[in-house]
Design a binder for this molecule. Structure first.
Ligand code: FDP
Length: 348
């Protein structure tokens, strides 16, 4: 079979009526920007891109109050610059910036809103472990010429597209327009993303889970129960052994799940309860939920389907349970069951 490039794939999707010309251009631009980010990450120490942004005594912090790495800042700038002039965007929002970025004066505007986490897993940059970019595309509401944060606050079910790029041993783009999830691998010599898997399916059952176990003592009771049962393996109620994998770059953990199944959890815990969770709804949870659901998996907060949440803030955080359907269902069931028992107890 002849290799299918991303450009060819986008033309096919346009002919199938899944996307319009503007969305096709948007994805091409994002993919091109991600190739530049891949080049920067691949250079590592030789490119002078490792370490913290800002001087040692005045480290930069992003809107989340997290220290920014140089590559966070570089990746954000690459994506902003690439998307400014094409005429396909009404505005964009980044995990690294407090407010949406408007299209500079003098450039045409389009109908789409782009949200991105320019470099996810940034604590892994300096140790040469896979990091990635995550993005989500929404339609700009009609008649809005200067989109503000409120115009981005649309449930994940309204996403027109979502994707991520993993900068690992190979650079891989995973993409959905709501008609399946597809994977493209960057051919570095040619400089093109080539379709490597069409219509990805995540197995419904799994024996592999990903979670930051160091937070265990802070979790809610149903999470303690669920993971306790996984750890008990054949000696517990689940009757089978589970293996654990935790890269600590969400893109890399999700990519493993998209490749061979598994479940990823970032549950609520006592330390992060006030913030609502660890991961960002608009830049991480919604796009990953769309990609995983389109591959036959499931994505919840432990209580609700992520994509049905009505966002309340651009930088809102939520708990994330995603991956192989049956396992996400068990963990979600334990949480809902505990909530019902608690509500019944409160009534008695
Ligand atoms: P990072 O802070 O390094 O950017 O969303 C951010 C994220 O990484 C995820 O990629 C990762 O799954 C998670 O945070 C890891 O956080 P902890 O080390 O705090 O568990």
């Amino acid at each position: 079979m002849k290799p299918v490039s991303l450009i060819q794939f986008l033309i096919e999707e346009r002919r199938a009526g899944h996307i319009n010309a503007e969305l096709s251009l948007l994805i091409e631009v994002v993919a091109r920007a991600c190739k530049r980010i891949a080049v920067a990450t691949n250079k590592g120490a030789l490119g002078g891109v490792l370490g913290m942004a800002g001087s040692d005594d005045a480290l930069s912090m992003n809107i989340q109050g997290e220290a920014q790495k140089k590559l966070d800042v570089i990746s954000n700038e690459i994506l902003l610059e690439a998307n400014a002039w094409g005429g396909h965007l009404a505005a964009c929002a980044s995990e690294e910036m407090e407010d949406p970025q408007q299209i500079p004066d003098g450039y045409p505007k389009g109908q789409h809103l782009l949200l991105f986490d320019p470099l996810d897993g940034s604590s892994n940059i300096d140790v040469n472990i896979s990091v990635g970019t995550i993005f989500s595309v929404l339609r700009c509401p009609d008649d809005v010429t200067e989109p503000k944060a409120e115009h981005f606050l649309q449930p994940g079910t309204t996403q027109l597209a979502a994707g991520y790029v993993v900068y690992g041993p190979s650079t891989v783009l995973v993409l959905t327009f709501g008609h399946g999830t597809h994977e493209f691998t960057l051919d570095r010599e040619v400089g093109s993303f080539i379709l490597s898997r069409r219509g990805i399916r995540i197995p419904e059952e799994t024996a592999e889970f990903a979670i930051n176990m160091s937070n265990q003592r802070h979790w809610e009771a149903p999470m303690q129960r669920y993971v306790g049962e996984l750890l008990a393996g054949t000696t517990g109620p689940r009757g089978k052994d589970f293996n654990m994998r935790w890269v600590a770059s969400m893109v890399a953990d999700v990519h493993r799940i998209v490749t061979r199944g598994g479940v990823f959890f970032y549950p609520l815990d006592a330390k992060i309860k006030a913030k609502g969770g660890k991961l960002r709804l608009m830049y991480e949870a919604n796009p990953m939920a769309f990609i995983v659901e389109q591959a036959g998996g499931a994505a919840t907060t432990g209580r609700e389907r992520i994509m049905e949440l009505q966002p309340t803030g651009l930088h809102q955080r939520v708990p994330v349970f995603l991956g192989s359907k049956k396992e996400v269902e068990v963990a979600t069931h334990y949480h809902l069951q505990a909530d019902h028992l608690q509500a019944d107890g409160a009534r008695d």
